[in-house]
Write a new protein. Structure first.
Length: 213
């Protein structure tokens, strides 16, 4: 996954933008502007709403409806700070979206808010959709959270989907320590005929043991 690009500042086009913003800048008007046919007006509304109470609700409501990549980027950028558990739960539903930018934006937003992600990780780990669980593993692999290793261990030990387990092992290959060695035999016995899982398990063992020598 590529690094997230910050939304570029909106250029100041002088009279053109002044005309677009001539109406009163009330919160109600700004929320209405999020549905404007003009993407520049929508981007100005995002900028002007940022930091206002309840703005996150309006941004999250807008995201599934938005079709302009630059506006979607601006919405996710505006959501980066002051995320609540409720907002996080709503963002995480976007992991099931058919829209790639929404999925990636949700993943990146959770990576930037590890504590908020941690409050929702157990629900994601039990999600019926293996793709959603894989996205969860991807987030775990990127967050700086004290429980990241334990979460990956749990995926490797309990998930019944070989692709999810394989992804968890890929992430473990990056952060495994000696505690990981204790679970590998169990994981190995769960997928005895899966060549890739067996390969990554061998790789992890060699890496961890080599680091201890």
């Amino acid at each position: 996954m590529g690094l997230k690009k910050k939304a570029e500042p909106i250029a100041n086009h002088g009279d053109e933008f002044d005309e677009k913003r001539h109406h009163p800048r009330t919160t109600e008007q700004l929320v209405n502007d999020l549905s404007s046919n003009d993407r520049d007006v929508r981007r100005w509304a995002i900028r002007d709403l940022s930091g206002q109470q309840d703005a996150h609700d309006a941004f999250i409501d807008r995201l599934p409806l938005e079709d302009d990549p630059t506006v979607i980027e601006a919405l996710f950028s505006a959501l980066e700070h002051d995320m609540s558990d409720s907002h996080a739960s709503q963002v995480l539903t976007m992991l099931k979206s058919e829209h790639v930018q929404l999925r990636n934006g949700a993943i990146e937003l959770m990576q930037q808010n590890p504590d908020v992600f941690a409050a929702n990780v157990n629900l994601l780990m039990k999600d019926n959709d293996p793709d959603t669980r894989i996205f969860c593993v991807d987030i775990i692999g990127a967050v700086a959270h004290i429980e990241a290793l334990n979460w990956l261990h749990q995926f490797a030990l309990t998930d019944d989907n070989e692709n999810v387990v394989g992804t968890a092992l890929d992430k473990l290959a990056e952060i495994a320590d000696t505690s990981t060695l204790d679970i590998l035999q169990t994981v190995e016995s769960r997928f005895p005929n899966h060549s890739y899982i067996q390969f990554v398990i061998s790789l992890i063992r060699n890496q961890v043991r080599g680091a201890d020598e």
